[in-house]
Design a binder for this molecule. Sequence first.
Ligand SMILES: [Zn+2]
Length: 153
Amino acid sequence: MTDITDITAAQNSLIQVILANTSSAMKISNTLCDHSQDKVLKADEIIGGLIYRLMIPMTDEEITESMASAEALMYDDSEDEDEGDIEENDFIVDDRDDLLITRTVRTNQCNCDICSQVRVCLCNFKDYVPKDELGDKFKRSIIDTCRAHNRII
Ligand SMILES: [Zn+2]
Protein backbone atom coordinates (compact mmCIF):
# COMPACT_ATOMS: atom_id res chain seq x y z
CA MET A 1 0.00 0.00 0.00
CA THR A 2 1.21 3.47 -0.82
CA ASP A 3 0.36 6.13 1.67
CA ILE A 4 0.16 9.82 1.06
CA THR A 5 3.75 10.57 2.12
CA ASP A 6 5.04 8.12 -0.50
CA ILE A 7 2.99 9.86 -3.14
CA THR A 8 4.23 13.28 -2.07
CA ALA A 9 7.83 12.07 -2.06
CA ALA A 10 7.39 10.62 -5.54
CA GLN A 11 5.85 13.84 -6.79
CA ASN A 12 8.64 15.89 -5.26
CA SER A 13 11.32 13.82 -6.88
CA LEU A 14 9.51 14.05 -10.20
CA ILE A 15 9.32 17.83 -9.85
CA GLN A 16 13.02 17.86 -9.00
CA VAL A 17 13.86 15.86 -12.12
CA ILE A 18 11.81 18.23 -14.28
CA LEU A 19 13.44 21.30 -12.72
CA ALA A 20 16.90 19.79 -13.12
CA ASN A 21 16.15 19.08 -16.75
CA THR A 22 14.82 22.57 -17.34
CA SER A 23 17.71 24.35 -15.64
CA SER A 24 20.14 22.26 -17.63
CA ALA A 25 18.27 23.06 -20.86
CA MET A 26 18.44 26.77 -20.03
CA LYS A 27 22.18 26.47 -19.60
CA ILE A 28 22.46 25.03 -23.09
CA SER A 29 20.22 27.84 -24.41
CA ASN A 30 22.56 30.34 -22.82
CA THR A 31 25.57 28.76 -24.47
CA LEU A 32 23.78 28.91 -27.83
CA CYS A 33 23.06 32.56 -27.16
CA ASP A 34 26.64 33.37 -26.09
CA HIS A 35 27.97 31.71 -29.22
CA SER A 36 25.54 33.48 -31.55
CA GLN A 37 26.13 36.66 -33.52
CA ASP A 38 23.49 38.86 -31.92
CA LYS A 39 23.81 37.43 -28.36
CA VAL A 40 20.08 37.75 -27.85
CA LEU A 41 18.27 34.86 -26.23
CA LYS A 42 15.35 34.11 -28.51
CA ALA A 43 12.84 31.30 -28.91
CA ASP A 44 15.34 29.62 -31.24
CA GLU A 45 17.93 29.23 -28.50
CA ILE A 46 15.33 28.09 -25.98
CA ILE A 47 13.94 25.46 -28.33
CA GLY A 48 17.49 24.38 -29.19
CA GLY A 49 18.33 23.97 -25.50
CA LEU A 50 15.20 21.93 -24.79
CA ILE A 51 15.76 19.65 -27.76
CA TYR A 52 19.41 19.14 -26.90
CA ARG A 53 18.53 18.25 -23.33
CA LEU A 54 15.83 15.84 -24.46
CA MET A 55 18.08 14.00 -26.90
CA ILE A 56 21.53 14.12 -25.30
CA PRO A 57 21.64 12.40 -21.91
CA MET A 58 23.18 14.37 -19.07
CA THR A 59 26.58 13.26 -17.84
CA ASP A 60 26.77 12.11 -14.20
CA GLU A 61 28.39 15.41 -13.36
CA GLU A 62 25.59 17.37 -15.03
CA ILE A 63 22.96 15.31 -13.22
CA THR A 64 24.55 15.97 -9.84
CA GLU A 65 24.88 19.67 -10.58
CA SER A 66 21.35 20.15 -11.96
CA MET A 67 19.72 18.07 -9.25
CA ALA A 68 21.50 20.20 -6.66
CA SER A 69 20.35 23.44 -8.22
CA ALA A 70 16.81 22.05 -8.55
CA GLU A 71 16.87 21.08 -4.89
CA ALA A 72 18.00 24.56 -3.96
CA LEU A 73 15.14 26.04 -5.98
CA MET A 74 12.61 23.74 -4.31
CA TYR A 75 13.69 23.76 -0.71
CA ASP A 76 15.76 26.86 -0.18
CA ASP A 77 13.26 29.51 0.75
CA SER A 78 15.80 32.09 1.81
CA GLU A 79 15.91 35.32 -0.14
CA ASP A 80 19.59 34.94 -0.89
CA GLU A 81 20.83 35.71 -4.35
CA ASP A 82 22.39 32.30 -4.61
CA GLU A 83 20.11 30.52 -6.98
CA GLY A 84 23.11 29.65 -9.04
CA ASP A 85 22.84 29.05 -12.73
CA ILE A 86 19.42 30.52 -13.26
CA GLU A 87 19.96 33.65 -11.19
CA GLU A 88 23.16 34.80 -12.79
CA ASN A 89 21.73 34.96 -16.29
CA ASP A 90 20.00 38.03 -17.55
CA PHE A 91 17.54 36.64 -20.01
CA ILE A 92 16.48 39.02 -22.69
CA VAL A 93 13.61 37.51 -24.59
CA ASP A 94 11.99 40.08 -26.76
CA ASP A 95 11.02 38.45 -29.98
CA ARG A 96 7.28 38.74 -29.69
CA ASP A 97 6.89 40.37 -33.09
CA ASP A 98 9.21 37.82 -34.58
CA LEU A 99 7.02 35.02 -33.24
CA LEU A 100 4.15 36.17 -35.42
CA ILE A 101 6.10 35.05 -38.48
CA THR A 102 6.17 31.35 -39.22
CA ARG A 103 9.69 30.10 -39.88
CA THR A 104 12.08 27.28 -39.12
CA VAL A 105 14.13 27.33 -35.93
CA ARG A 106 17.43 29.10 -36.58
CA THR A 107 20.76 27.99 -35.26
CA ASN A 108 24.04 29.82 -34.87
CA GLN A 109 27.18 29.16 -36.96
CA CYS A 110 29.39 28.10 -34.06
CA ASN A 111 31.24 24.80 -34.37
CA CYS A 112 31.79 23.97 -30.72
CA ASP A 113 30.51 20.62 -29.45
CA ILE A 114 27.26 21.92 -28.01
CA CYS A 115 26.26 24.14 -30.92
CA SER A 116 27.07 21.43 -33.48
CA GLN A 117 25.16 18.84 -31.47
CA VAL A 118 22.14 21.12 -31.32
CA ARG A 119 22.11 21.31 -35.13
CA VAL A 120 22.30 17.52 -35.35
CA CYS A 121 19.52 17.17 -32.77
CA LEU A 122 17.28 19.58 -34.69
CA CYS A 123 17.70 17.44 -37.83
CA ASN A 124 16.84 14.26 -35.98
CA PHE A 125 14.18 15.57 -33.63
CA LYS A 126 11.19 14.48 -35.70
CA ASP A 127 12.26 10.83 -35.72
CA TYR A 128 13.57 10.77 -32.19
CA VAL A 129 11.82 8.26 -29.93
CA PRO A 130 12.07 9.25 -26.25
CA LYS A 131 13.26 6.59 -23.85
CA ASP A 132 10.57 7.05 -21.23
CA GLU A 133 7.22 8.60 -20.51
CA LEU A 134 8.78 11.81 -19.24
CA GLY A 135 10.75 12.12 -22.46
CA ASP A 136 7.51 11.62 -24.39
CA LYS A 137 5.93 14.47 -22.48
CA PHE A 138 8.93 16.72 -23.10
CA LYS A 139 8.92 15.95 -26.79
CA ARG A 140 5.20 16.62 -27.06
CA SER A 141 5.48 19.89 -25.18
CA ILE A 142 8.33 21.05 -27.43
CA ILE A 143 6.17 20.27 -30.47
CA ASP A 144 3.15 22.05 -28.97
CA THR A 145 5.23 25.10 -28.04
CA CYS A 146 6.71 25.36 -31.51
CA ARG A 147 3.28 25.07 -33.09
CA ALA A 148 1.87 27.74 -30.79
CA HIS A 149 4.74 30.11 -31.61
CA ASN A 150 4.99 29.48 -35.35
CA ARG A 151 8.28 27.67 -35.19
CA ILE A 152 9.08 24.74 -37.43
CA ILE A 153 11.73 22.23 -36.47
ZN1 LIG B 1 29.16 27.11 -29.71
